[in-house]
Write a protein that binds this ligand. Structure first.
Ligand code: AMP
Length: 123
């Protein structure tokens, strides 16, 4: 399980040290626009607790946090209009997934046809 770095950029957003373009907030989750969007809709949903990635969160967060976070992701997708045409959820977890920010975040991509999920090996 990953160690949590309290100085990562999303921890700083949660503490109000760095601004974000907030979309939605619950007791345990915060949703905001990605600073470098890869699709017409590109929103990040993060838990408010100190969890480095999905592995850490699902191993250590309470059932209440996990339920709140999961619902917040679906509610955010509806709120930004992504649910109508369909959307993709991505959460990069650890080294193999090239996770850049070590605080769990779910990407919501939508607003256009998103193509295939992954390149095949060797492509
Ligand atoms: P990942 O590779 O899954 O860790 O993705 C990190 C994401 O965080 C990238 O899509 C970045 O564009 C996004 N990001 C980094 N800094 C910020 C920030 N200050 N506000 C919003 N999104 C950010």
């Amino acid at each position: 399980m990953a160690n949590y770095d309290p100085n990562n950029i999303f921890a700083r957003i949660l503490r109000g040290e760095i601004p974000c373009k907030k979309v939605y907030e619950t007791q345990h989750a915060l949703a905001f626009h990605d600073i470098n969007p890869l699709a017409p809709v590109h929103v990040l949903v993060i838990p408010k607790g100190a969890y480095a990635d999905f592995d850490h969160f699902t191993a250590a967060a309470s059932a209440e946090e996990q339920a709140d976070y999961t619902k917040a992701i679906g509610d955010t997708a509806r709120l930004v209009g992504a649910a109508e045409g369909g959307y993709r959820l991505v959460s990069n977890c650890g080294v193999n997934a090239n996770q850049e920010v070590p605080h769990l975040h779910m990407h919501i991509f939508g607003g256009r046809q998103l193509g295939r999920m992954l390149k095949r090996e060797g492509e």
